[in-house]
Design a protein around this ligand. Structure first.
Ligand code: FAD
Ligand code: NAD
Length: 449
């Protein structure tokens, strides 16, 4: 009989923090994962992606500076880059297992399924629990067209031993844009098929248009209103058939990738047996991240149906709050605040808070400050063809409702705004601060209008 105070399903950021915290509080803990330990971010998402995107950004900068002090061209050596990426990922699974075991946490490698309200099965072994945390993350959404089994995933992209010459991405969101920029900088021909007329729909659409323009200049073809309905595997290539505004278009390519959204990974869990309710957004939880139907069960990260975005820092935060509620008893709610997010293309695209459209929909009277920054010193120095900042301001209070940034340093800049907005810092005082110069932060006083 294997009995634990807490069983955690999923060893990503959503599961790990809670496992350690509860163990530190003296609970007996087990962590189960069906894939190598470490989760999406460390093994198949953010971290390996940023290694590749970082090199792609360097290539872009190098090319932009040609004739401005850089003479020699350079190129991406895919095999070498992959070997570098593996120095970040290869050791993760064993080091995570070792760290859990050293902390006194049992690990089980296998698929977990519920047997009852307080039992799960893994590798034929029954584990009984007092509390259980579901942190099983997300997986590519089914697309329901013929030949979808031929779609490769972002995980496959980040493992490609050789870069195909011609790639097609289905969907025009985070995954497709980030991977497309990496592949294009490495010399591939890339097509993105976006089902409707809006790519990266949660971002400011004017900035998205500039990003699409830049993507096209880099050789990425973005096809709008193009919905694939068939993928055929031929001897040495794939054919992707799509409907674009009522016309059939065909793409011949070496590999087709899924970038059309991810859904909570709950299918394997047999949730009915655990009396755990769920919706298409994931495990149905209350404000304490506790299942609404089984009080022993909690959920955190991409799999939980909360207002938290499916992003790493959000999963980490939910995991910590779930842990406190598990060992202290219910009582803590997640303070999400405003969650920034970034598309790691070049230029990068960042958002925090509301777009103009969503602010108006919510009934705010807004003024929008639109600053084309490409001629500012910061961006001229790096010869950026597109750089822009838009701020959406509540006319009544003068407070920022949203900030949108396109530029090589958008990832860092958006975090300054996250601090200013989440802590409601007084703009006058921020404007008067002395920032080190010349740095991106020193532009803040001009952006906080
Ligand atoms: C390509 C890509 C790039 C990304 N880039 C970024 C980024 O730059 N910044 C950012 O903030 N976010 C990024 N994300 C999102 C981020 O990776 C996720 O939000 C985060 O990893 C979610 O963590 P999690 O712990 O909820 O789930 P995961 O890390 O996915 O962990 C879930 C684990 O549960 C396991 N599991 C599932 N079902 C079972 C079962 N039945 N039994 C046992 N184990 C099971 C899985 O194997 C998995 O290891 C990216 C995602 C992808 C796919
Ligand atoms: N930098 C980051 O933070 C980062 C990077 C990658 C992934 N992620 C996370 O992973 C999640 C999933 O990423 P994603 O890029 O797969 O999804 P996404 O939701 O960002 O984009 C999916 C896109 O595919 C389109 N689409 C859906 N079905 C389609 C179809 N059949 N044909 C053509 N287009 C279709 C949608 O309209 C949408 O534009 C993101 O929501 C994000 O949370 C984050």
């Amino acid at each position: 009989m294997f009995k634990y105070d807490l069983v955690v399903i999923g060893s990503g950021v959503g599961g790990s923090s809670a496992a350690y915290q509860c163990r530190e509080e003296g609970m007996t803990v087990a962590v189960i994962d069906k894939k190598p330990f470490g989760g999406t971010c460390a093994l198949r998402g953010c971290d390996p992606k940023k290694v590749l995107a970082g090199v792609a950004a360097l290539m872009d900068q190098n090319r932009r500076m040609k004739g401005l002090g850089i003479t020699e061209g350079s190129r991406i050596d895919w095999e070498e880059l992959m070997a570098f990426k593996r120095t970040f990922t290869d050791k993760v699974p064993q080091s995570r297992v070792d760290a859990f075991e050293n902390a006194g946490i049992d690990t089980y490698h296998g698929k977990a399924t519920f047997l009852s309200k307080n039992e799960v099965l893994v590798n034929g072994r029954k584990l009984t629990f007092d509390r259980l945390l579901i942190a099983t993350g997300a997986k590519p959404a089914p697309l329901y067209f013929t030949g979808e089994e031929h779609l490769s995933t972002s995980e496959d992209f980040l493992e490609l031993p050789h870069l195909p010459k011609k790639l097609v991405f289905v969907g025009g969101g985070f995954i497709s844009f980030e991977c497309a920029h990496i592949a294009a900088q490495a010399g591939s021909e890339v097509h993105i098929l976006q089902g409707n007329d809006q790519a990266l729909e949660h971002f400011d659409q004017e900035l998205v248009k500039f990003l699409v323009k830049r993507s096209e200049e880099l050789g990425i073809r973005v096809h709008f209103n193009a919905a694939p309905f068939l993928i055929e595997k031929k001897e040495d290539h794939y054919e992707v058939y799509a409907d674009q505004d009522g016309e059939n278009i065909i793409f011949t390519c070496d590999q087709v990738f899924h970038g059309a959204g991810r859904i909570p990974d709950i299918e394997d869990l047999d949730l009915e047996k655990g009396r755990v309710e769920f919706t298409r957004d994931g495990i149905a939880v209350n404000e304490y991240l506790q299942s609404i139907s089984n009080h022993r069960v909690y959920a955190a990260g991409d799999v939980s149906a909360t207002k938290g975005y499916p992003l790493t820092p959000v999963a980490a935060k939910e995991s910590m709050v779930a842990a406190e509620n598990i060992y202290l008893g219910d009582g803590r709610k997640v303070k999400y605040g405003l969650m920034p997010s970034v598309v790691f293309t070049e230029p990068k695209l960042a958002i925090i808070g509301l777009t103009e459209e969503s602010a108006v929909k919510k009934g705010y009277d807004v003024s929008v400050h639109r600053m084309e920054t490409k001629n500012w010193y910061t961006y001229r120095r790096t010869n950026e063809p597109y750089a822009m900042v838009k701020t959406v301001v509540n006319k009544k209070t003068g407070k920022l409702l949203g900030v949108h940034i396109l530029g090589g340093n958008a990832d860092d800049m958006i975090n300054y705004f996250a601090l200013i907005m989440n802590f409601d810092l007084p703009y006058d005082e921020v404007r008067e601060m002395i920032f080190a110069y010349p740095t991106s932060a020193s532009d803040l006083s001009y952006l906080l209008k």
